[in-house]
Design a protein around this ligand. Structure first.
Ligand code: PGA
Length: 245
């Protein structure tokens, strides 16, 4: 378990982007697990900058979106697939055929999860899973109580997670469920990089890193991963008993 603390959110995200870029240099066809949300926005911006600067080639990368709201088609403004398109895929040389997403509008959630698992299997599993952390400790949409052995599946969203999504839905109802990669899939990734920025994440980061490893706090399981890195800004690291630099 490695903990990197950077002075600012921007610096933390540049560092995370550097780790992703390095993984692609080492293995140009790397399979990357990619999150959405507020936290990774500057990471994608930095990767796009590196691509435009000419140093980063993503033409052989396999990109796996980690989760999707159930009932939300890829064309909808709130879709995570669309978010990744807008923030990242559209601006780089990732090949469309190498982009994998869970379809929130699939007819059958079980079949959709199985198809994603099959694609992951063909890619040989994830080389790197990039993660955020929810205020309740979720990773992807593995909410508190998710079994560590869980694989890709349809899950019910926690009340606080739905609340965090509310802004994207305006007056429309927020989805109650989502498709998500499982905790076992994340643990099978050869490298895991969790990024947390801002004071609002400080308490959950401290519990994940210094409390009990428990299914009640999904991110805590990453302490059992042989190659997990937490990339934090000072605000997110501020509740650690021994803040690292
Ligand atoms: P955020 O979401 O990056 O928008 O804070 C993180 C998460 O819920 O995993």
């Amino acid at each position: 378990m490695e903990i990197l603390t950077l002075p600012t959110a921007e610096a933390a995200c540049v560092r995370a982007a550097e780790i992703v870029a390095q993984a692609v240099v080492v293995r140009p066809e790397a399979a990357l697990g990619l999150p959405t949300g507020r936290t990774p926005v500057p990471i994608y911006a930095e990767l796009v900058r590196r691509r435009r600067a000419g140093g980063l080639r993503l033409g052989a990368v396999r990109a796996f979106g980690l989760d999707e709201l159930w009932g939300v088609p890829a064309s909808a403004p709130a879709s995570f697939r669309r978010e990744l398109d807008g923030a990242f895929y559209r601006h780089v040389d990732i090949v469309a055929a190498n982009i994998y997403a869970l379809d929130g509008a699939a007819a059958d959630a079980t079949a959709e999860a199985a198809a994603y698992e099959a694609a992951l299997g063909r890619a040989g599993g994830l080389d790197l899973a990039l993660l955020g952390i929810g205020g309740n400790g979720h990773i992807a949409f593995n909410e508190p109580g998710s079994p560590f052995a869980s694989r890709t599946r349809l899950v019910a969203l926690a009340a606080e997670t739905r609340e965090a999504q509310r802004a994207a839905f305006g007056t429309a109802p927020v989805p109650t469920h989502a498709l998500t990669i499982g905790i076992a899939n994340i643990l099978e990734a050869r490298r895991v990089v969790l990024v947390a920025t801002g004071a609002a994440k400080a308490e959950i980061v401290a519990r994940a890193l210094e409390g009990t490893v428990t299914e009640a706090l999904p991110a805590s399981v990453l302490r059992q991963h042989a190659a997990a890195t937490f990339v934090l800004d000072e605000a997110a690291a501020s509740r650690l008993t021994a803040p690292r630099r």
